[in-house]
Ligand binder design. Structure first.
Ligand SMILES: [Zn+2]
Length: 220
């Protein structure tokens, strides 16, 4: 959208055609007039099962993790700005141009050089580096695991203001104690997400896109 262009449906503009499903609050905000005349025919009220912002962004972090080649740990991260716009995603993997086939994925080996730890970028770092905005100041990061100290340094330097995580299973390990110490000193807040939705099921079969009443493909 060009700078200065009005936002879609703002300023009382009409929405073409009353066949377009319009939520009542959308119609009111747009000055669309009689919302009831243009309400969806199949439902009088908005859908109740939609994802919360927190569950949505955490789900995106999990979806991103599915891109990971790591056989033992798949982690994803999603960063959103203060207006809940997604500004980055990332997952754990080797640096760009470094072969997934040639570098080791082992956790234990005779030499540290034969383990993944020497080479892998954590999801948090990749998400920070992948940002599609000039600054992450004030942004929020969603990540399944509480960040390690190396990621905490990057998170702090990026300007991210809050970290939302699911698991803190390494809580007492030094790297995570250090991470909390850094976050506390830098004023980066962190909170453990208690999701409203325990599972998100995606059904990518073509026919599922238009299916309305089947329980599959919905939240459970
Ligand atoms: Zn890390």
């Amino acid at each position: 959208m060009a700078a200065g262009s009005p936002a879609p449906h703002s300023g009382g503009g009409r929405i073409a055609g009353c066949d377009t499903p319009v939520e009542a609050d959308h119609a009111a905000a747009s000055g669309h007039g009689d919302a009831s005349a243009c309400a969806p025919k199949s439902a009088a009220t908005k859908r109740a099962e939609y994802l919360s912002w927190d569950d949505y962004f955490m789900s995106l972090a999990f979806l991103s993790a599915q891109r990971s080649k790591d056989p033992s740990t798949q982690v994803g991260a999603c960063i959103v700005d203060e207006d809940n716009r997604i500004v980055s995603v990332g997952y754990n993997g080797f640096p760009r141009g470094c072969s997934d086939e040639e570098l080791p994925w082992a956790r234990v080996a005779d030499s540290p050089l034969d383990t993944k730890y020497m080479y892998v970028c954590h999801a948090e770092v990749n998400a920070v580096m992948n940002k599609n905005t000039a600054s992450l100041k004030g942004a929020r990061m969603y990540v399944a695991l509480f960040p390690c100290n190396e990621c905490a340094k990057i998170i702090i330097q990026s300007g991210i203001a809050e970290v939302v995580y699911l698991s803190d299973k390494y809580h007492s390990e030094d790297a995570y104690v250090a991470s909390r110490r850094l976050f506390d000193m830098a004023g980066v807040s962190y909170r453990q997400l208690v999701p409203s939705t325990s599972r998100v099921v995606l059904d990518l079969r073509p026919d599922s896109a238009s299916r309305e009443d089947d329980a599959e493909g919905r939240l459970s």
